[in-house]
Design a protein around this ligand. Structure first.
Ligand SMILES: [Zn+2]
Length: 81
């Protein structure tokens, strides 16, 4: 009885591995997704650190300062200069 269950588990597990490999191959063969799709899914963004308070924020929201420093707000940029 136990062996039978074990066999079922192994078969299901193997089926899952094969299914996953096929899925991965499909994804690799598929052309790169359009840029719009990446935005809605929240593509990994570069995070930067405010040079004044140390807050981490997306690079797109950061304010550039002197010496390649970035700031979370105009107030912190002013405070650091
Ligand atoms: Zn700050």
């Amino acid at each position: 009885m136990t062996m039978k269950y074990l066999l079922v588990i192994v078969v299901v597990w193997l089926a899952f591995i094969i299914w996953r490999n096929n899925r991965r191959r499909e994804v690799e063969q598929r052309p790169a997704p359009p840029p719009a799709a990446g935005k809605t899914l929240g593509a990994p963004q570069a995070m930067v650190r405010c040079a004044h308070c140390g807050l981490h924020l997306p690079a797109t929201d950061a304010l550039p300062g002197k010496d390649d420093k970035v700031y979370c707000s105009a107030a912190h940029r002013q405070a650091d200069q």
